[in-house]
Design a protein around this ligand. Sequence first.
Ligand code: C2E
Length: 351
Amino acid sequence: MTSSVETTLRGPEAYSLSRRVIDEMEAAGVWPTPLNFELWLHYLGDPEGALGREIQRLLAAREPFTEATADMLAAEYLPRGRLTEEIRDAGRVLDRELSSVADAISRAHKSQAAYGQTLDKAATSIESAGDGDALKTIVGGLSTATRRIQRENETLEKRLDASTKEVARLREHLEQVRRDAMTDALTNLANRKAFDEHLAAACDQAEAGGEQMVLAVLDVDHFKRFNDTWGHQTGDQVLRYVASVIARFSPPPRIAARYGGEEFAVIFPREDAAKVHSALESIRKEIGSRSLRRRSTNDELGAVTISAGFATHRAGDTGATLLERADAALYASKRAGRNRVTAAEALDRAA
Ligand code: C2E
């Protein structure tokens, strides 16, 4: 959350802003889910910010504010703030752990030095000790010092053990935060940010190793019409269904992502165009093979179809140029009547 909104939420305006958020969400017909609430807080807290302007644009265009829209906005505008906050928290815990371990080590150092001095002194005293009683006193002193150093070593060990556990817990938590920040909440596929990173890495790898690599983009046909007819909640379910089929056909090292509202993308590292074409045909047929039902009313929704386009990496291609060609192939599929797969290379040949 941006610091200005955070500050407002702890100041005199906190409750009136929160009430306005609820009122405005109700007026706009937006469900008061935690995510929508957070988005609206940012919008009303900073209407001229990037998120505020985007929400105003969507409202002005009378675009439906679906769970999918909220996810996209959150992926675009919120996670960095959340991530920064989580990382800052983790940094504070790490700082605390490190300074407490450093203190414990420095105490242990001092104790060891003092113990060394005790031993030195004892050695000198033993040389000059005359009788048994004097020796007994020296040995008694030594054993007390030894027990003390043992206790301190045990304390240090416990402290190090606790810190190791805390750091491991922190690492796991950060890993989860990192995964969340890279995952599309609705479909559980990689989100656009993760996809952009994977695509850049895959292009670099293809370029460096002279390996084959293919990028595909897939789009649900007539999704807007579907949403308008059956409602956004059903629209979201359709996205989940399409995503589940794409995921099933995209085991690693393939990487499937939700790239936009109803747009998906798959990276096929080290695969050639023929293999990718056949995988995309399988995905297309599988998606269209099932007649879906509306969960709330059990109405028959019919089958959904997808259009796809793909492009093979060429020397010098960046993620952006590859995506551009795959997109052109997708739009060729749409123009040719939808529910089909087109290769960018086929377009090149035709041109
Ligand atoms: P979900 O509702 O969370 O369901 C997850 C998985 O549970 C489904 O994966 C399927 O394996 C199983 N499942 C759930 N409900 C049923 C059911 O009534 N009958 C059968 N045979 N299996 C069921 P799947 O099929 O990959 O679907 C993934 C997601 O796609 C579902 O998540 C849901 O959000 C959406 N979806 C799939 N089919 C339909 C449908 O006919 N209508 C609606 N509204 N959504 C669907």
